[in-house]
Design a protein around this ligand. Structure first.
Ligand SMILES: [Fe+2]
Ligand SMILES: [Fe+2]
Length: 272
């Protein structure tokens, strides 16, 4: 397979960012890039038509794994043993978590970049930046978990957008420019129907005055690995500084309703 070196390096944030990556991280990024390219070329050979699995086929995979698909990404490796994590500073900030626990965070950084480029509000830019971070901790119902994690520190609209983007991901909105994602045919099965509570939440959301807040998160929520995207937390630090109420004790130590979740993210190797 041919690798477009320039596009690949740009996709990782440029030559300086690549130089700062350790060998392992580079190998992982390369593998991820090649997987994407391979999927794209297989789809092209099938006349552009990718064959998506059924719900039953996905369910049949459960007992082929030694982890559950809902485990947060910090808790499984997917390839060999997990790695020792760098320690967190005593009073960790959101930036520290981005760099030491959520990294590489490509997907959320790309979402926030798109929100900023298209002139969305700061509440939405922040929601895009944070919308999937909780996947490091846990995956099922990540909209609700994610909103709970950030709620003590962000504007109400931002938490609302994070909580409900999970539901709206299942429902296209042509006018807003959101289509049902192919990624969902791949990960849930092409014949998947969202459970009743998601259907009920959607019904309620459709008439909510803040419907557009989570909807705009879905509009920026693209899984495509854009090889030309340069992503880093730096361009968002001003928005974070204005809207994110960083606790002076550090995230995890301020006695907020979600402090324990931050501590779990800081120390995922603790046995209890
Ligand atoms: Fe999400
Ligand atoms: Fe997402």
């Amino acid at each position: 397979m041919e690798i477009d070196r320039r596009a690949f390096i740009a996709g990782l944030g440029g030559a300086a960012a690549v130089a700062a990556m350790d060998h392992e991280a580079k190998a992982e990024a390369l593998e991820h890039y090649m997987e994407e390219q391979l999927d794209a070329s297989v789809a092209a050979q099938n006349g552009g038509q990718e064959k998506f699995p059924t719900v039953a086929e996905i369910e049949a995979q459960i007992e082929t794994r030694d982890f559950r698909r809902g485990a947060g990404s910090l808790f499984t490796s997917g390839r060999g043993n997990v790695k020792k994590l760098p320690p967190m500073p005593d009073k960790p900030t959101l930036k520290d978590f981005f760099e030491l626990r959520f990294a590489p965070a490509n997907h959320v950084l790309q979402s926030a970049t798109r929100a900023m480029k298209t002139g969305m509000s700061e509440e939405i830019i922040l929601a895009c930046l944070l919308h999937d971070c909780v996947l490091s901790l846990i995956k099922p119902d990540h909209g609700w978990w994610g909103a709970q994690l950030f709620e003590p520190y962000v504007p109400e609209k931002t938490a609302f957008a994070i909580r409900y983007h999970q539901t709206l991901r299942f429902y296209p909105d042509e006018e807003a420019g959101y289509e049902y994602p192919d990624q969902y045919y791949r990960i849930f099965g092409h014949d998947y129907t969202p459970p009743q509570y998601i259907q009920d939440t959607y019904k309620w959301l459709k008439n909510h005055k803040w419907y557009m807040e989570p909807r705009l998160v879905t509009v920026n929520d693209l899984y495509a690995f854009d090889p030309n995207a340069k992503v880093s937390i730096e361009p968002f630090l001003d928005v974070v500084g204005r809207l994110f109420k960083q606790p002076k004790e550090g995230l995890g130590y301020d006695n907020s309703a979600s402090a324990h979740m931050w501590r779990t993210l800081a120390r995922p190797d603790n046995p209890l």
